[in-house]
Design a protein around this ligand. Structure first.
Ligand SMILES: Cc1ncc(COP(=O)(O)O)c(C=O)c1O
Length: 348
């Protein structure tokens, strides 16, 4: 045991460090993502924060996409200045811009694809090449796609992060997070995490290991349902647009087809009549739940402008693609006609 402490290895000496359940879960995630090593955390944000805190130091610079998840944006905008860490955003529609904003002190490129909630798809091959050329660590939040749909490590990602709370569990039962990737970087993240303590509980790890047994079948069904509903809604007169990676009308359709096996379970649409109409529509939903969560077996709808993103100004929301009438729907595993009919009756 003394050697385990001294050599910072991991033979289950204390559950904050690791335990057989978290180890089993992490090993499965490494296999799915094609990663050398991994570390489990108590939530997706714990995995994101711990990774950034372990790998960055005062004076470093991070490049990220403007439509990154809200809490991740808050780490950059509110806490990075305290630690003297600088960041710049590129427009997710133009990842080639990264080349222009990389600085000599850029340590990390941090992206999500598809993004939440704008559903922009970022070209992983392109960003992987840029990261390699500039010798910068590439971190990808793969929460929306899951490793069943895309494996960012194949394109050069050094670390892949998940909110396991979402599709990895897929049934809205537990909070969890995981970071997998290059063994040297994971070691830094693990050592920081085992001291600061955002560890995944053994029970949640056990639940998540069981959840992975149904990942493939769930993602197939989420994606089949979502594509069907996106196609059916696309011509609806009340909607300005419907966004889904596998709809040919999506601006990044070609990239989505190149790097994603399926389109995933999230669609967004925007009501022409805007904010009040969207809120009214949400209130009319009967079967579909209203919640800021996603990736559940049940279909869940969110109106970002009045909920998850209500603290941003209208201008800030528009800059990241959140129109007043935008609704995000995490399509569940129910019968696809039932989901569609609930959306249609609420819209009509
Ligand atoms: C893309 C993305 N990353 C990270 C998170 C944070 O995950 P958690 O709620 O497990 O901390 C979320 C939560 O919605 C998310 O959508």
């Amino acid at each position: 045991m003394r050697a385990a402490f001294a050599e910072e290895t991991d033979p289950f000496i204390y559950s904050r460090y690791s335990n057989p359940n978290t180890s089993e879960f992490v090993n499965k995630m490494c296999l799915l993502e094609g990663a050398e090593a991994g570390v489990a955390m108590a939530s997706g944000m714990a995995a994101i924060y711990t990774s950034l805190a372990a790998l960055l130091k005062s004076g470093d610079h991070v490049v990220s996409c403007s439509s990154v998840f809200g809490a991740t944006h808050t780490i950059f905008s509110k806490y990075f200045p305290k630690w003297n860490i600088d960041y710049s955003y590129f427009n997710a529609n133009h990842p080639e811009e990264i080349e222009k904003i990389i600085k000599p002190n850029t340590k990390i490129i941090y992206i999500e694809t598809p993004t939440n909630p704008a559903i922009e798809v970022i070209d992983l091959e392109l960003v992987g090449k840029i990261a390699k050329k500039h010798n910068v660590i590439l971190i990808v939040d793969n929460c929306f796609a899951t490793p069943y749909i895309q494996q960012p490590i194949k394109y050069g990602a050094d670390i892949v992060i998940h909110s396991a709370t979402k599709y990895i569990d897929g049934q809205g039962r537990v909070l969890g997070g995981v970071a997998v990737g290059r063994a040297d970087l994971i070691k830094e993240i693990y050592l920081f995490g085992r001291i600061t303590g955002p560890s995944l509980s053994p029970f949640n790890a056990w639940t998540l290991s069981k959840s992975l047994e149904t990942l493939a079948i769930r993602i197939e069904r989420h994606s089949e349902n979502a594509l069907y509903i996106a196609e059916k809604l696309e011509s609806h007169a009340a909607l300005q647009f419907v966004k889904y990676p596998f709809l040919p009308s999506h601006p990044h359709y070609k990239i989505a087809k190149k790097q994603m096996k399926l389109g995933g379970g999230i669609i967004t649409f925007s009501l022409k009549e805007g904010y009040e109409a969207a809120k009214k529509m949400m209130d009319k939903l009967q079967m579909i739940k209203i919640s800021p969560n996603l990736g559940d077996s049940r279909t869940i709808a969110t109106h970002p402008a009045s909920s998850t993103h209500c603290k941003l100004s209208e201008q800030e929301r528009l800059a990241v693609g959140i129109l007043p009438g935008l609704i995000r729907v995490s399509i569940g595993l129910e019968n696809k006609e039932d989901i569609l009919n609930d959306i249609l009756q609420a819209l009509n």
